[in-house]
Design a binder for this molecule. Structure first.
Ligand SMILES: *Cc1c(COP(=O)(O)O)cnc(C)c1O
Length: 361
């Protein structure tokens, strides 16, 4: 039996979260975003658990092909589209739908040698300034897209929100307005389905629902808002990162623990060593004092994170070798822990490394 870390994936929680989000979506269809190995939860297993979604969103062709290779037959959308004629051909052959966000991608469609058509999501940049046609370019890009004759049905129209996780930032409504206005100028787009909202957009901005919502993070039971927990929305964490204590020892007042002796005992202390480190995806920059659950009780991380181990101050909650440790998940929300590492929960779950054993229930 391995004493190393495990990521326990609660597939019932994934399904539950999809149900909660579907209800929130108020009739809009749900594209489950499962890029980046389903935010660290395992691409194929997560897709199977979320088989009830109306579509899957992935970033790249390789992710879409991996889903097809695993036998998943649902709608798959490549959120970054394709970047070569070869990839366009492969995407079309395997039935992946494409986001088209640049002139280079229009050119690929124009020059496509193969037979057939693809479903397209036409992306407008309403203020994120990352991917998409700028508002003033949308009309000409749309006309060029339609002239290719390569689009199956009416393209769907989409944009992405930049500040949706701030409930007080008026730029979100401005983005929605400008997007809708740009779409209203596109000939034939009256019948097009609209997609705007990611998780934060779905939860905080009903005006951004459109016909399709695109939640990622919330499917995994994690809140996108810095000061609201997922449980406030009825969501359940899907990943619990666990390990065990592999050593327990005492240190005297004044002694240091770990690299740099960065943690110093201010009293005679009991230190538990747990088998998890930055080699597993527990961040190196997690701050000393961050909560860790040992036997279900929150106790502080003591000092620097090593590659394979962390030290925990268990003076106030004595524990023994073999006792269970939870790094985040059930009982310790990733969104809360992220604050202790100056990061976002997205990065925590995405960063779980290949060495960590995945277990699905
Ligand atoms: C990643 C992504 C999403 C999902 O975002 P969350 O914040 O995880 O809900 C939605 N849409 C696009 C275009 C994305 O790239």
């Amino acid at each position: 039996m391995s004493s190393g870390p495990k990521a326990l994936i609660d597939t019932a929680a994934l399904r539950h979260n999809l149900g909660v989000l579907r209800e929130r979506a108020g009739g809009a269809r749900v594209m489950a975003v499962i890029k980046a190995n389903a935010y660290g939860h395992g691409l194929v297993q997560t897709a199977r658990a979320l088989a009830g979604a109306d579509a899957f969103g992935v970033a790249r062709l390789e992710e879409g092909l991996a889903l097809r290779d695993a036998g998943l037959a649902q709608t798959i959308v490549l959120l970054e589209g394709v970047f070569s004629g070869e990839d366009l051909q492969a995407a079309a052959q395997r039935g992946c739908e494409l986001v088209v966000h640049s002139r280079a991608q229009l050119a690929l469609l124009e020059q496509w040698q193969g037979a057939g058509q693809v479903r397209v999501w036409f992306k407008i940049d309403s203020g994120m300034n990352r991917l998409g046609f700028r508002l003033e370019q949308s009309l000409s890009a749309w006309e060029r897209l339609m002239r290719t004759g390569r689009v199956l049905g009416t393209p769907r129209v989409m944009t992405h929100l930049a500040v949706a996780d701030d409930r007080h930032d008026s730029r979100t409504l401005q983005q929605v307005r400008e997007f809708e206005q740009a779409v209203s100028m596109l000939p034939g787009a009256a019948a097009a389905e609209h997609s705007i909202a990611n998780s934060a957009g779905l939860l905080a901005w009903p005006q951004a629902r459109g016909h399709w919502v695109r939640p990622g993070l919330t499917l995994y039971g994690i809140s996108p808002f810095p000061n609201e927990l997922a449980q406030d929305f009825g969501l359940k964490p899907a990943m619990t990162l666990t390990t065990r204590l592999i050593a327990v020892g005492e240190v005297a007042t004044g002694e240091g623990v770990g690299y740099g002796a960065a943690w110093k005992a201010t009293r005679r202390s009991l230190i538990g060593i747990a088998a998890v480190g930055y080699g597993d995806g527990y961040p190196r920059h997690m701050k000393s004092g961050a909560p860790v659950l040992v036997n279900g009780r929150a106790v502080p991380l003591a000092g620097r994170v090593s590659m394979d181990m962390i030290a925990i101050d268990i003076t106030d909650a004595p524990a023994a070798v073999g006792d269970p440790v939870v790094l985040w998940g059930a009982g310790l929300p990733a969104e809360q822990l992220a604050l202790h590492a100056d990061t976002i929960p997205y990065e925590l779950v995405c960063g779980v490394s290949q060495r960590v054993q995945m277990e699905y229930n």
